[in-house]
Design a protein around this ligand. Sequence first.
Ligand code: ZN
Length: 84
Amino acid sequence: MSIFTYNLKQTNNIMTFFLPNCDRCDKETNSMIGSMFNLQMICSDCKTKESKHEMYDIAVSVESDQVKGGNYNYEGIGLPEDLK
Ligand SMILES: [Zn+2]
């Protein structure tokens, strides 16, 4: 049994109403995390994929510079073509 199924049973299916779809692959997911490349909320699979991308370190450092500079609405450097 996957952790995912287990969570649903534990919460009396209440979660099914709130289960979001990943902005990138459109798969249902129980863990969403913000992309470093843009404003998408993505699943852990997509996060793993983007974190291995050669541009990821650059995206992270640009993001942290922007936040340090007070730009909390920074939209990211944009999603690389091969991650779309
Ligand atoms: Zn995804």
